[in-house]
Design a binder for this molecule. Structure first.
Ligand SMILES: [Zn+2]
Length: 466
């Protein structure tokens, strides 16, 4: 066998027939061979993956990189360095940027910024809420994989033209996505439940803080009622529906029903940050202390139900929902200003712990390693047209790998953080399972927590032409 550029030896390699003891040979940016251990002898660089698993690169289907427009919070370089540190080889940034990628020009501006600065591969999600007709078609022709709408939210941090409170506008956007043959995802949210909750808290004379308001609106009824309306609109438009943020039990049941009906294509996801691993406190490495702001998120009310829906295939994808803000944003949250009350889900940085946190869930028995690969890589790559270039370990495809040690027990030390906001909710957390190497198209971009990849390596990846 000829000489390879990178040899990954002795690992348990993911294949469509399960994990197998194989050596992986990489030539240039592609997987050249999967071979019996010891077959490939000559290589420029070698990783000994003895006792470790070699997964197709973990893809984050849902993160906020804040560029353009909000680079004081995060940008393509800091966000994708975080991704590399967390074992992620490709990211799908969400469209609540400024400008919003709702025209081809705005979309390509974001792509250009990514090309200059990204360390891992990327594909920005576009908004179908264009101000003039035809933009959904134009962006689809250019390779946009799917579209995203933020529903019925009109306050900071969601005040963005990527959001709408107008159901007729959502239906029109769904029709445009259907015409282009694209999935559209919507953050389901029924604002009336939220406003009602605010009223109740005000009347009781209690402070308008997250822990008083959120439990009153963040319910099955709120999320599922928004979801049923979206499903109805998606059917009317004959659109492929991406049921995002499916973590409330009634919403999961809706996804099950919609898949069973089979009227339209349906895929679904939940996101780690708001549903599974909610931040309670953020660690500040600058002061070496836990920051005073307490986000007090609550997670999905039934974790068993949620993870069972992953294992039975109701949930197709998991995303991180890495959603960092700057220090002053969190401080504004802390300041008690009733009219400045920040509505739900002020997010926080998550990406650099994402792959590790998922492996920890495998060790907790929430999902199998095979299922982890499906929901972070295979399923989305197939649904959105990236397979097998992404989402497989097949010879001839991109050499993206997340190499991990499932047995490693370690404690997260957030004294150095790649995310721009610099906060961590994981400092001191004990994990079982660690990503040791992140490889993007043959280039090792992270080794044992140290990001070695350079800005500009990340490539804008588009689905294969169908
Ligand atoms: Zn999000």
């Amino acid at each position: 066998m000829s000489k390879v550029d990178l040899l990954i030896r002795n690992g348990k390699v993911y294949t469509e027939d399960g994990f197998k003891h194989l050596d992986v040979g990489v030539v240039g940016e592609k997987i050249a061979f999967l071979a019996q251990p010891g077959t490939i002898t000559e290589s420029v660089a070698t990783i000994d993956a003895k006792g470790q698993h070699v997964l197709p690169g973990i893809i984050d289907w849902h993160c906020h990189l804040r560029e353009p427009g909000f680079t004081r919070k995060e940008d393509f370089e800091t966000g994708t360095k975080s991704a590399a540190a967390g074992g992620v080889t490709m990211v799908f940034p969400q469209p609540n940027t400024d400008p919003v990628p709702n025209t081809l020009e705005n979309y390509m501006l974001q792509v250009e910024l990514g090309r200059q600065k990204a360390v891992v591969d990327f594909h920005p999600i576009a908004s179908p809420l264009a101000h003039a007709a035809g933009h959904v078609d134009k962006m689809s022709d250019e390779g946009v994989a799917w579209f995203k709408i933020f529903q019925k939210v009109d306050k900071y941090p969601y005040s963005t033209p990527a959001a709408t409170c107008n159901t007729a506008e959502i239906l029109a956007a769904f029709k445009a996505c259907a015409k282009a043959g694209k999935y559209c995802s919507v953050h389901p949210w029924d604002k009336s439940f939220h406003d009602e909750a605010l009223d109740k808290v005000r009347k009781q004379g209690l402070p308008l803080i997250t822990e008083n308001v959120r439990p009153l609106w963040y319910t099955n009824e709120e999320m599922a009622s928004a979801g049923y309306q979206l499903y109805y609109l998606a059917k009317k438009a004959k659109m492929k529906w991406y049921a995002m943020h499916a973590w409330m039990p009634d919403f999961i049941d809706l996804v099950r029903l919609a898949k069973k009906e089979g009227v339209i294509d349906v895929i679904s996801s939940f996101e780690m940050m708001p549903s599974v691993d909610p931040a309670q406190k953020l660690y500040d490495p600058k002061t070496g202390e836990w920051a005073k702001f307490d986000l007090s998120h609550d997670s999905s009310p039934d974790q068993d139900y949620l993870w069972a829906a992953v294992m039975d295939g109701t949930i197709d994808l998991i995303g991180s929902d890495h959603a960092p803000h700057a220090r002053e944003d969190y401080e504004a949250l802390l300041a008690e200003k009733p009219e400045g009350y920040t509505p739900p889900s002020l997010g926080y940085p998550l990406l650099e712990w994402y792959g590790h946190a998922l492996l920890n869930k495998v060790n907790e028995g929430r999902l199998t390693l095979e299922k982890l690969v499906e929901v972070t890589s295979v399923n989305g790559a197939k649904a959105f047209g990236f397979y097998p270039q992404k989402g497989s370990n097949l010879p001839g495809t991109d050499a993206d790998f997340t190499i991990c040690d499932l047995d490693r027990v370690w404690v997260a030390d957030s004294s150095r953080i790649y995310a721009k906001s610099g906060f961590s909710s994981y400092h001191g957390k004990k994990f079982k399972g660690k990503v040791t190497h992140t490889v993007v198209r043959g280039n090792v971009v992270m080794v044992e927590g140290e990001v070695t990849g350079k800005p500009g390596w990340g490539k804008f990846i588009t689905p294969a032409k169908q």
